[in-house]
Design a protein around this ligand. Structure first.
Ligand code: 13P
Length: 251
């Protein structure tokens, strides 16, 4: 059985105290909620990780980083290593977010290295893929997604692959209020799973594939109802505890 996951990507939002307060609120609301069959992940900025990890119940909520370096350690000013994230209490890391690809020049080749670094230091890679609007409109989106998967994941062993979580985030849906329809999302999620099955066999049945892009409490239920959508990677709506909880409760 694959895990249902709802992960909040806070991006570059919240001061230290605001972030800690948000984590406390999420922790409280989730502790009070009835059903706890969802793995909840919060992804604060690096500076907040250790403290956020202290204020949440780690049996219910995990903490992740938003990126890590391709390098293990050394003279790389401004970089954060996978081992540093792990040592601060993170157990996962978002890799390949479209904002990293677009604004910081991250390539599939770099992401292949980052995924391996994350795995080396016991972090679950939450690997993001997705097409931009022009690729969707020209019908090239399957090719783009295939390349993002093949170049970054296909040289992993089945054992390592089975530790990876995927997030399909169509770039045109991120922060735009324009969500993919449940049918559009399911179509791509099934395509992803089929491709992963061809390469990794039955292990792909246990891979959680999250949807991201303007996912909100009022559309999460119809997205999560699809057979290959195993949860969400949430941006804007993860910054308010009640909205984030509304999405968690959509399962
Ligand atoms: P929004 O939910 O704000 O569209 O962001 C999605 C996202 O980029 C999560 O990583």
């Amino acid at each position: 059985m694959r895990k249902k996951i709802v992960a909040g990507n806070w991006k570059m939002n919240k001061t230290f105290q605001e972030g800690v307060d948000l984590a406390i609120e999420i922790d409280k609301l989730y502790a009070e909620s009835g059903d706890k069959n969802v793995k909840v992940i919060v992804t604060p900025p690096f500076t907040h990780i250790a403290e956020v990890n202290k204020v949440v119940n780690n049996d219910l909520i995990s903490v992740a980083g938003q990126n890590c370096s391709t390098e293990t350690s050394g003279a790389y000013t401004g970089e954060i290593s996978a081992e540093m994230l792990w040592s601060a209490g993170a157990d996962a890391v978002i890799l390949g977010h479209s904002e990293r690809r677009e604004y910081f020049g991250e390539t599939n080749e770099m992401l292949n290295t980052k995924v391996k670094k994350a795995l080396e230091f016991n972090l679950t890679p939450i690997y993001c893929i997705g097409e931009v609007l022009a690729e969707r409109e020209s019908g090239k989106y399957f090719d783009v997604i295939k390349e993002q998967l093949q170049t970054v994941l296909f040289d992993l062993s089945v054992e390592d692959f089975s530790k990876v979580v995927l997030a399909y985030e169509p770039v045109w849906a991120i922060g735009t209020g324009k969500t993919a329809t449940p049918a559009q999302a399911q179509e791509v999620h099934k395509f992803i799973r089929d491709l992963l099955k061809e390469k990794f066999g039955a292990a792909a049945d246990n891979t959680s594939i999250l949807y991201g892009g303007s996912c909100k409490p009022d559309n999460a239920k119809e997205l999560f109802a699809n057979p290959d959508i195993d949860g969400g990677l949430i941006g804007g709506a993860s910054l308010k505890a009640a909205d984030f909880m509304g999405i968690i409760n959509a399962f």
